[in-house]
Design a binder for this molecule. Structure first.
Ligand code: CA
Length: 417
């Protein structure tokens, strides 16, 4: 549930705004206090949360940044639905089997979809974001072009604090205010979070059952149809140039009549109307999608996001990779392979920080430099070709040695090391 995403994966440092902006912020916070108290927030709750809080320049930078790098759908999916995430998700489905069963029973939502949301939103609770929500939301409530929207989220955050459901130290998340294991926005939390472990608090940060139950509740309330699939991967008849698009819903029989069939040979059934999705055009993977795909889309309004959740849910259920290849001769790579790209760049002397599998600005610049030096197309993209070229490249030069070690005796190289 992220209205805005830091698509670059930029590591934005916590930083104070300039002095003039700081004065403006102080005046704005005073206004916010009046607004909050008028909406039933106790003054002491507001003061405890916001006294001494400074605007966060890093959040403003993230709000205003325009991603200059468009991620291809095959790169996006390769990072979100890789073997590691499938294995982790299957393990989590086992570990939390009784909670998933209860969520399925109470909300009617397929456990594999709930697990897929958990995996994509926070890597199963590993990466929930580290920015204090109150500071981030106060900053974007006072600066930038979405102040009205973010004020609502700030007020919701203050209500969470007032309710005692979660302590202030738990309320950290993305720069835009999404938090917890399945990254709810504060207003979404207010509407839809549930206490699923029965301890009397709705804690989607520290309680896995609360996070999973809340996500199931979200999907149920968004219109999840029990027992219906999200859709299927399909094959198109050769040279297909007919209708497509998520909003172009047609009776299912029409798609069958156009010669569209499931890649796995199963019957094309599961709901009507349905839409034909061609994320990379008619030459790439194709999908017939039902109402439940739109329900997933409502969690985060991007078709690539919904497809990642949908496909990961199939993988978690035991399904295999997509059968149709993406229309590229340079496929995307997994997080493990991205770390390998970073490790090999580091070994070649590029200062890219710690390998974390997130291709940010510094990694991109290093890749561009490597691509230039090896005659590859320069696009800063971490794909299969860059990985293969790094693997095949001559070993990096040895780092200079400060003091000369004793000269090694001449002789054959040791047989083992
Ligand atoms: Ca609870």
């Amino acid at each position: 549930m992220k209205p805005l995403r830091n698509a670059l994966g930029l590591s934005l440092a916590l930083a104070a705004v300039p002095a003039a902006a700081a004065d403006e912020f102080t005046a704005c916070v005073a206004q916010l206090r009046t607004e909050a108290v008028g909406k039933g927030i106790a003054p002491q709750v507001f003061d405890t949360a916001l006294t001494g809080v400074e605007a966060d320049q890093g959040v403003l930078d993230a709000l205003e940044s325009q991603p200059e790098f468009k991620t291809a759908i095959w790169d996006y999916l390769a990072g979100l639905v890789d073997e590691q995430r499938v294995a982790d998700g299957r393990a989590k489905l086992g570990e939390w089997a009784s909670v998933f069963a209860e969520a399925e029973q109470r909300f009617g939502v397929d456990r594999h979809v709930i697990a897929a949301v958990w995996g994509v939103e926070s890597d199963f609770g590993r990466i929930m974001g580290g920015r204090p929500l109150v500071r981030s939301l106060a900053t974007v409530s006072c600066f930038g072009h979405r102040q009205r929207f973010f004020r609502g989220e700030l007020m919701a955050t203050l209500r969470i604090l007032q309710s005692g459901d979660m302590p202030a130290e738990s309320l950290v998340g993305s720069w835009a205010g999404a938090f917890g294991q399945t990254q709810f926005m504060p207003t979404t939390y207010q509407r839809l979070a549930v206490d699923f472990d029965g301890d009397g608090r709705r804690d989607i940060v520290r309680s896995v059952p609360d996070a999973l139950g809340s996500t199931a509740n979200f999907l149920a309330r968004a219109g999840w149809v029990s027992g219906q699939p999200w859709g299927f991967e399909v094959v198109l008849p050769a040279g297909y140039s007919g209708p497509s698009g998520r909003r172009n819903r047609q009776p299912l029989a029409k798609w069958s009549a156009l010669g569209i069939a499931r890649t796995d040979g199963g019957a094309l059934s599961g709901g009507s109307p349905a839409a034909l999705l061609l994320p990379a055009g008619a030459r790439g993977p194709a999908f017939v999608v039902f109402r439940n795909f739109d329900v997933i889309y409502s969690y985060n309004a991007a078709e690539s996001y919904a497809l990642a959740i949908a496909h990961l849910s199939d993988r978690l259920r035991g399904g295999g990779p997509l059968l149709t290849a993406w229309p590229t001769d340079d496929p995307g790579i997994s997080r493990l392979e991205r770390r390998e790209v970073q490790q090999r760049l580091l070994e070649r002397g590029f200062d890219i920080g710690k390998p974390d599998g997130i291709i940010g600005q510094r990694t991109r610049v290093a890749i561009e430099s490597f691509q230039t030096s090896t005659g590859l197309t320069v696009d800063g993209r971490a794909g299969q070709r860059v990985l293969n070229t790094l693997r095949a490249a001559a070993p990096p030069p040895k780092p200079p040695v400060a003091e000369s070690p004793p000269a090694a005796p001449e002789g054959p190289a040791p047989a083992t090391k």
